[in-house]
Design a protein around this ligand. Structure first.
Ligand SMILES: [Zn+2]
Length: 60
């Protein structure tokens, strides 16, 4: 919750640079930060609830 609020505030403050804000907003849409974690072995992105890495099979 807190994290989402921070990102929202960031976009609001960046209205001057709408191009950048749009990029951030797009990235947010593609990668919901709160629901993602990264594999410590290979760095692959995985859902927060995943138990194994889809790339290397490493255990989280
Ligand atoms: Zn991995």
């Amino acid at each position: 919750m807190e994290k989402r609020y921070q990102y929202y505030a960031f976009i609001s403050c960046s209205r001057k640079d709408e191009k950048w804000a749009k990029v951030v907003a797009t990235n947010m849409a593609n990668q919901p930060v709160a629901d993602v974690k990264y594999c410590p072995e290979c760095g692959a992105k995985a859902t927060k609830t995943a138990k194994f890495c889809s790339e290397c099979g490493g255990r989280f």
